[in-house]
Design a protein around this ligand. Sequence first.
Ligand SMILES: NC(=O)c1ccc[n+]([C@@H]2O[C@H](COP(=O)([O-])OP(=O)(O)OC[C@H]3O[C@@H](n4cnc5c(N)ncnc54)[C@H](OP(=O)(O)O)[C@@H]3O)[C@@H](O)[C@H]2O)c1
Length: 328
Amino acid sequence: MHVHYYAFVVNKIPVGVLGASGYAGRELCALILRHPDLMLAFATANEQRGATVRVAGRDVTFAGPDDVRLNDAELIFSALPHGASKEWVTRSREVGARAVDLSSDLRPGHGCEGIAYGLTEINREAVTGASLVANPGCYPTSILVALAPLIQRGLIVDGAAIIANSASGVTGAGNSPKREYLFAEVSEDFRAYGVGNTHRHLKEMTATLQSWGANADLVFTPHLLPVARGILSTITVPLKEPIGDPLTPWRDAYATEPFIEISERTPTLHDVAYRNVVRISAAPIAGTRAPMLLVTSAIDNLVKGAAGQALQNANLMLGLEETAGLPA
Ligand SMILES: NC(=O)c1ccc[n+]([C@@H]2O[C@H](COP(=O)([O-])OP(=O)(O)OC[C@H]3O[C@@H](n4cnc5c(N)ncnc54)[C@H](OP(=O)(O)O)[C@@H]3O)[C@@H](O)[C@H]2O)c1
């Protein structure tokens, strides 16, 4: 029995999580502890160092980032805040570990070109051969995966403004205490923020759309939705000409994708909660002079928008089954 247990443990690949006490980091720990081929080498926190929490039926004790040996892990996930993450990703790479950075520090539009951008379904080949991946933001995942088929097929009017309105649950803001995210401030209310194209995810989306050759502007307005998790994006796109079956571009582009669902019905947050999927629908907009399409896209911000997609990328980087350990 003992020998069996030992063999079971040594065959697993050790991975570490920096920022494990945060919302994204905790989700990662839960996925890793349930993963058939991975084991959790370490989990770090800053203010919560020393605390023990129950994750996926196990006790996980958070260490300080300086108290772990980074080279105990073959791959390190950094779920640290932007600004703090880059230094730890560099240190991880210096000890020879592969790294997936969940922060925005290394994403497109942040002056770090040449790093694989982990929008898995679009960049699978680059991710598979990479030792460092910049994991996409939650809003960009919901919007870019939805827009890619229209751009690839050249269906959007040249010079158009694409209007993306997204509503996110409160875990999107992280779990460090802030007055504006207190229950009484958030519940029973609904508000836009980052208005006038000022949200920090805009750079990432604009740079990515440009790299795809899109000739359009993006107007992005995020909203704070009083639920714990989930993002719903509704995206208005001016089309060169009407599309017969509005779902065809997505059905064609994502026919073999295990984590993209195309739906006749507008997706809801219940459809995607706790799952590593992007669920997309599209409908023509009636009563306008020029043809327009309304694309809707739903994700769980902590799964496909963060920890799940990070694990999907890590699976590819480690030569594992892409879907291993991921809730479809
Ligand atoms: N939340 C989402 O939906 C989401 C989606 C996509 C990407 N992301 C990105 O993922 C990262 C983590 O987000 P989150 O929402 O999980 O944030 P969070 O809940 O605020 O967690 C941040 C984590 O980093 C630790 N930390 C903070 N400052 C640190 C420092 N200076 N040195 C070392 N550790 C430090 C925190 O430790 P303590 O808890 O001990 O303070 C905590 O473990 C961010 O870069 C975020 O942009 C988040």
